[in-house]
Design a protein around this ligand. Structure first.
Ligand code: GRF
Length: 209
């Protein structure tokens, strides 16, 4: 992939991972610009945060599309128009249709607040607490047709403390999310992810050349 990658970020809410990616791009920690932030939710606080940072934002309200396929066609058109080559899901609450997956094969990343494959889907932090695990964490993975099932790129482990609530655990995990998401984006954009089936091998810089 080109060193001067163009990233499209999809959000539905707060957008703190989006901000972590924007900061990393601004500071040159990832070799890319964020070309557009797209939200399916009009009230997503992340939209305003992106605007404040001078990034183009686009509201594509899913309620205004006939069906999921049409919604994703609109998203693909918006991404292609802006020559996006990597899509980052950052708290994006919709499952992608095959149309969107096919438009960006191996070039869609997601961040999830658990050590996948444990606790996929919603409320991962609450599920981790209820299950009684001693450690949870964050996972960046490539997106496939399942829910949080794609090949794992990076993970970070976070201890679960006896007094934790879903909120305190989520906060501890979020710190790690903000660290590993830009890192995973950098590796992908540098062409250093070698995907063999489910396994992602991270190449050293010299292996890639
Ligand atoms: C994060 O915990 C992320 O892992 C999950 O949704 C949450 C989004 O938070 N997919 P934010 O919108 O990035 O602040």
């Amino acid at each position: 992939m080109k060193a001067d990658g163009r990233i499209g970020i999809l959000i539905s809410g707060r957008g703190s991972n989006m901000e972590a990616l924007l900061r990393a791009a601004e500071e040159g920690r990832i070799p890319a610009v964020v070309a557009v932030v797209i939200s399916n939710e009009p009230d997503a606080p992340g939209l305003r945060k992106a605007q404040e940072r001078g990034v183009e934002t686009l509201l594509l309200d899913h309620r205004k599309a006939r069906d999921k396929e049409e919604q994703d066609r609109r998203i693909v058109a918006a991404l292609e128009e802006r020559r996006v080559d990597l899509v980052c899901l950052a708290g994006y609450m919709k499952i992608l249709t095959p149309g969107l997956l096919k438009a960006y094969p191996g070039r869609i990343l997601n961040i999830h607040p658990s050590l996948l494959p444990a606790f996929p889907g919603l409320d991962a932090q609450r599920k981790a607490l209820e299950h009684g695990v001693r450690y949870s964490g964050a996972t960046v993975h490539l997106v496939d047709a399942g829910v949080d099932t794609g090949p794992i790129v990076l993970q970070a482990v976070v201890p679960v403390e006896p007094e934790d609530t879903p909120v305190t655990l989520a906060d501890r995990i979020l710190e790690q999310e903000h660290r590993i998401y830009p890192e995973a984006v950098r590796l992908l954009l540098e062409g250093r992810l070698n995907v063999e089936g489910r396994r992602v091998r991270i190449l050293a810089c010299r292996e890639r050349d």
